[in-house]
Design a protein around this ligand. Structure first.
Ligand code: NAG
Length: 722
């Protein structure tokens, strides 16, 4: 008590923390409890003795999950006092971070990259050729000659490629300081491929450099765009005047879907930063941005007619009734109007602008409406609407309601929410979902960008949901359903119908394609564009090939290799989660889309995994299943991220492995075994690290991208080493 008054019982301390379940022993004087999710409160019990000025006390509690890294310690702490039965204003409280053990004191932290450092020493560091890029090009033949790009350059192109040409000119002028003129010593020619049959797919291109000309040919504009990215990548590690060796390149991706998911619900990323990211993704020939704009802790997109979604659902701050804003989870800001990483949304206009920006760079934006679980922000927002109108306009109040006031179901979600699942029996639920889908459709239309699918989420519906809902009970009886999963199936089937009616297909996390009746599978298969297999920790990764064999198009985003929100390693200063292991740039690189059981070569302690054993007896990919592997995707869930710099830190350089594997799904070691396999892997890895450090890192440093050096605890920012 640092005040000069006696501290009585009318106070509460609020804070957020990731490790969740709290146990207290005995009869504590101060009770620590979850308000909801990872938002907690401490308040005095009847055993609390008022604290005299200058006195202090210790409050002890236990978390069931380890609290061993800085991104997990309590944060956003504030104090609220109650006087005369009224709550006072929240006040920030200074917090001394927990003393975490130093790496030295426990003999170092397990670091997954340890084994790779050993591999790197084994393989000779190769000398880089000009055409050694990320992602690697399929075929490059060095020919006689060279050219110099200096001062002036000309770009020649037909109308069909004018968008690509103007982006090229922008980069040449803006990043490489060249003047683009009508006539110049060197001309960059963009032209249709002479023999269209040659194009393996829409993204195929050829790039030919001779003494005074650079020629990029493709059957489609996407191929031209890819060729331009290759040309720009060849300039990356160089200084003006840019000397380029003559070369003939033929290149195309193996997988048509190469995406990155960004979670702006937990941590808000502005449209400007998102554009910066899209530009970088596109430069590595990634072609999908999975836009995770809503979840339990936020709704980040304006939907005309559903103002509460953003008025309430995009703001987090101190509240006891959530009619104005959501609880201050994660970053714990007590002021809902403050500019914190927990507040913000994309206006309709900003989103349309983003869609156009992405489309110009051949990046598709796939929107995700998280449902029926992970939907707390939407549920709370629609409840606020209900409360607002129930007295005056009951029809309006219930029109889009997502929860049933009489529902007594008790459940706890993986993230410890007790009220984050949409009620799937209410007609208003389907009205809400269709309304959002139609508004999304309208935004894409206005942007002039096609929308083919909406990702419906579908993950982590906790046990216990819906069972106490009178409406769900009624529906179950009517339809002869027996268990909660039947309701999940009902939801996804009905949603597939709504999407179809609106000209769209279903995408969703792996759960949407699991556990159905044969009849439901038959229908869903045809209505599905992508099943995102995510929860594939070693041992349960069979879901991936099972789903592909079962006829669903699969996107590989398995946690073990591609969850960029996993920490780089166990060091306390490395932010991130670790429920699926550690993920660094070597682990994303190790992924084998067609040999998934051999994709994790080290365990969390950095020890080698016995790959033959890991693969033994597992579900194999059938021929039909092979054709269903459509792509790869990185995930960046944002529970531990607090800024855009944090986004970049977790993506760079991990993203390089993802981009490489999406483009080249059959690396040399895939078809080898034993010592030969190990040697081929070592060589490829050495070349990969060489590219990252020689070509990419200097470029990131120059262009203000916050990245992590492939060594624990070091990073470069604005050209400086920290
Ligand atoms: C899972 C959740 C996600 C969470 C993430 C953290 C999926 C599909 N679902 O528990 O909401 O943020 O892991 O890594 O990943």
């Amino acid at each position: 008590n640092i005040s000069d008054e006696l501290l009585g019982k009318g106070w509460t301390i609020y804070y957020s923390q990731l490790p969740r379940v709290i146990k207290q022993e005995g009869a504590p004087a101060v009770k620590v409890e979850a308000v909801n999710g990872n938002f907690f409160r401490m308040s005095p019990t009847e055993n609390f003795t008022p604290l005299a000025p200058g006195d202090s006390m210790r409050i002890t509690f236990r978390c069931t999950y380890k609290l061993d890294r800085n991104s997990h310690v309590p944060e956003g702490t504030y104090w609220v006092e109650t006087m005369d039965g009224k709550e006072g204003k929240p006040l920030p409280v200074a917090l001394n971070a927990l003393p975490l053990p130093s790496p030295e004191s426990v003999g170092g932290y397990p670091d997954a990259s340890r084994i790779y450092e050993a591999n790197l020493r084994l393989a000779d560091a190769p000398a880089l050729k000009e055409s050694d890029l990320l992602p690697s090009v399929k075929k490059a033949v060095r020919v006689e000659g060279s050219l110099v790009l200096e001062g002036k350059v000309a770009v020649a192109y037909p109308d069909d490629f004018s968008v690509e040409a103007s982006l090229l000119k922008e980069k040449l002028a803006g990043v490489y300081g060249m003047e683009v003129t009508e006539k110049a010593p060197v001309t960059i020619v963009l032209e249709p491929l002479a023999d269209k049959e040659e194009a393996v797919n829409d993204e195929y291109y050829t790039l030919d450099i001779d003494n005074n000309r650079i020629k990029i040919s493709a059957a489609a504009s996407h191929g031209i765009f890819n060729g331009i990215q290759t040309l720009l990548a060849m300039l990356k590690g160089k200084q003006a005047p840019y000397q380029l060796e003559a070369v003939s390149i033929q290149d195309y991706p193996d997988l048509s879907y190469r995406g990155q998911m960004i979670d702006i619900a937990r941590d808000y990323t502005t449209p400007e930063n998102m554009k910066k990211l899209i530009d970088v993704l596109a430069s590595y020939k990634m072609n999908v941005l999975h836009f995770h704009f809503c979840d339990d802790e936020g709704w980040r997109l304006e939907i005309p007619g559903l103002e509460e979604l953003t008025a309430v659902g995009s703001r987090r701050g101190h509240t006891t009734d959530e009619s104005q804003c959501l609880y201050p989870c994660y970053d714990g800001g007590y002021d809902p109007d403050a500019k914190t990483p927990g507040n913000g949304y994309y206006t309709r206009e900003a989103f349309i602008g983003l869609l156009r920006y992405a489309a110009e760079r051949h990046v598709r934006v796939i929107p995700e409406i998280e449902s029926p679980g992970h939907a707390r922000a939407a549920i709370v927002s629609m409840k606020a609407r209900y409360d607002k109108y129930i007295g005056t306009d009951p029809e309006k109040a219930t029109e889009y309601l997502l929860s049933e006031p009489e529902d007594t179901s008790r459940y706890t979600s993986v993230q410890y929410y007790t009220d984050n699942v949409i009620n799937v029996a209410l007609p208003s639920t389907y009205r809400f979902m269709e309304k959002v889908i139609q508004e999304l459709n309208a935004m894409y239309k206005e942007a002039g960008v096609p929308l083919t699918t909406v990702h419906l989420g579908g993950d982590e519906v906790p046990r216990g949901v819906w069972m106490g809902s009178p409406e769900c009970r009624k529906l179950m009886k009517e339809k002869g359903m027996e268990k909660a999963h039947d309701l999940s199936e009902y939801f996804i089937t009905r949603m597939a119908g709504i999407l179809q009616k609106n000209g769209l297909k279903v995408s969703g996390w792996q759960e949407v394609a699991l556990g159905h009746t044969e009849e439901a599978h038959r229908q869903l298969r045809q209505q599905t564009e992508g099943v995102y297999c995510w929860n594939t920790v070693p041992g349960s990764d069979e879901v991936v090939y099972h789903t592909a064999n079962n006829g669903y198009p699969v996107i590989l985003c398995n946690v073990g290799n591609f969850y960029m929100d996993m920490a780089y390693n166990g060091h306390p200063d490395e932010r991130g989660l670790d429920w699926g292991g550690y993920v660094d740039e070597s682990i994303s690189f190790s992924m084998l889309p067609y040999s998934i059981y051999r994709s994790l070569r080290v365990d969390m302690a950095g020890n080698p995994v016995d790959l033959d054993k890991a693969e033994k007896g597992k579900t194999a990919l059938t021929e039909a299943g092979r054709r269903n592997i459509v792509g790869v995707q990185g995930q960046l869930f944002a529970e531990t991220i607090r800024s855009f710099e944090g986004v970049e830190y977790l993506l760079f350089p991990k993203l390089m492995g993802l981009a490489e594997r999406g483009w080249n799904a059959h690396p040399a070691w895939e078809s080898l075994s034993g010592a030969q396999e190990q040697q081929a892997f070592n060589q490829a890895l050495a070349l990969y690290y060489e590219k990252i450090s020689k070509e990419e890192m200097p470029y990131w440093a120059k262009n203000g991208i916050n990245f992590r050096l492939p060594q624990p605890g070091l990073m470069v920012k604005d050209g400086n080493l920290y």
